[in-house]
Design a protein around this ligand. Structure first.
Ligand SMILES: [Fe+2]
Length: 439
């Protein structure tokens, strides 16, 4: 459990909050490239950390992210015209470049006027199928991180995201919760076992053991946790699944083929980005692409049916307690475990059902939740850095040195030998963590 103060500290992301200040110090993905599909396409009404922006792609294909409202009379640029390498406000025709340069002010005769003003624009990069932004103080902009999957060809990578109608912390914590996989997702894992050429075969291997031993280490980039199955007796092998979490909300999975992150839209909604990748498999080509997305419930139809897209989230009839979150109750009687479409909808339903911002003063955590508690504590530490004006952990991390691992080890071999480049700063055992939780 957490105190109410700590729960607020980690969940609230507005510009004046400690966590909001900290989160603005990182480079974060805010859209997929496909959200701005062509030069001069429709601008995107973007919201990140509770602040509103307009994202647009100019005539040369460059992406700009500006404060949403025109710096003249504050009309939204979401309804602006994208033309001539800029975005033009409808009200008086002021036109802005991707870097905030004021290109034209047709209602101002003085030609030097526009050189004296500037729109608020943010640093943007486009890599790995994602549009990244840095939304913090300009003088504190960190180096842009290079993720290993940037180097995988687009044919071998799938980008997909789901929009969740609840706070980001409860969406993320399900990603560091190995023990729910065999339970909530039991139907999907069984189906995964039958599929070849998808990224799930390795995860499906451990579907039979719902009670892994969890060991968690603090690292200089965030933390890592190992879910250990078997290996307690001499001569027995241990199945190890290591997940690496880079502050504040980036996950490298054990199979080294999925990277995820959960970016707050505001305190009550977030975007769960997924990047599936493989060095050899051309998974972004049909039919692999559709098979993959459908299997995990990230195809457009499944997302829309569960109101997990930007244009359907929270609309009337969306999943709620009144409609059992769109659960198929009849299917439970026919042998299904969850009654939800697939992984994405199962996770979406359970985290949404906890409320818009989960009340962590009421949680009773168990040893299997050691990584969840570690995540809460990492967030508290990050927020404190934000409050103190210090650089939060992970800002300078090099993602090329941070990995998950899925492996089998002989009895007695330390799982940390699988990730020798991770710099461990503190070792926590599950039991100790649980004691700390209840202290
Ligand atoms: Fe899950």
């Amino acid at each position: 459990m957490l105190t109410r103060e700590h729960n607020d500290l980690i969940c609230r992301v507005g510009a004046e909050t400690p966590m909001g200040k900290a989160l603005r110090r990182y480079w974060v993905p805010v859209l997929q490239s496909s959200d701005l599909p062509a030069p001069d396409c429709d601008p995107f009404p973007l919201e990140v950390f509770g602040d509103r922006f307009v994202a647009f792609r100019n005539s040369e294909g460059m992406v700009g992210i500006l404060d949403e409202h025109c710096c003249h009379r504050l009309v939204s640029l979401v309804i602006g015209r994208c033309e001539g390498n800029g975005i033009r406000c409808l009200f008086h025709g002021w036109k802005f470049g991707v870097d905030g340069t004021v290109m034209e002010t047709p209602n101002v005769p003085d030609p030097t006027f526009k050189t004296r003003i500037r729109a608020k624009a943010y640093p943007v990069r486009e890599r790995g199928g994602l549009i990244w932004a840095y939304l913090g103080p300009g003088e504190l902009e960190p180096a842009f991180p290079h993720y290993p999957w940037f180097d995988v060809p687009a044919s071998n990578r799938i980008n997909a995201y789901a929009v969740d109608n609840c706070n980001y912390v409860q969406v993320f914590e399900a990603l560091v919760d190995s023990s729910h996989l065999n339970i909530l997702h039991t139907d999907g894992l069984m189906a995964s076992k039958k599929l070849e050429n998808l990224n799930f075969a390795a995860a499906a291997d451990m579907a039979s053991d719902a009670g892994p031993r969890i060991e968690v280490d603090d690292t200089d980039f965030g933390f890592q946790y190992a879910a250990l199955r078997g290996g307690e007796q001499p001569g027995q092998d241990t199945h190890v699944r290591i997940t690496a979490i880079t502050a504040p909300f980036f996950v490298a999975n054990p199979n080294e083929d999925l990277w995820m992150c959960v970016v707050p839209i505001n305190d009550y909604q977030c975007v769960h980005f997924h990047v599936f990748f493989h060095p050899e498999r051309r998974m972004n080509e049909e039919p692999l692409r559709s098979n993959m997305l459908k299997h995990v419930g990230l195809d457009d139809e499944a997302l829309r049916n569960f109101n997990m897209t930007y244009d359907t989230v929270g609309e009337p009839g969306a999943p709620s307690r009144r409609n059992h979150y769109h659960q198929n109750r009849a299917s439970l009687k026919q042998g299904k475990f969850s009654g939800f479409h697939s992984f994405t909808q199962e996770d979406g339903a359970v985290v949404l059902s906890a409320g818009a911002i989960k009340d962590r003063t009421k949680e009773i955590l168990a040893p299997a939740d050691a990584a969840v508690m570690r995540y809460y504590r990492m967030l508290i530490q990050i927020a404190r850095s934000g409050a103190a004006g210090e650089t939060p952990m992970g800002v300078d991390a090099d993602p090329r040195q941070i990995f998950g691992r899925n492996a089998t080890l002989s009895h007695g071999v330390d799982w940390r030998t699988l990730v020798p480049k991770h710099h461990v700063t503190n070792r926590w055992r599950a039991a100790r963590e649980t004691e700390a939780v209840h202290a």
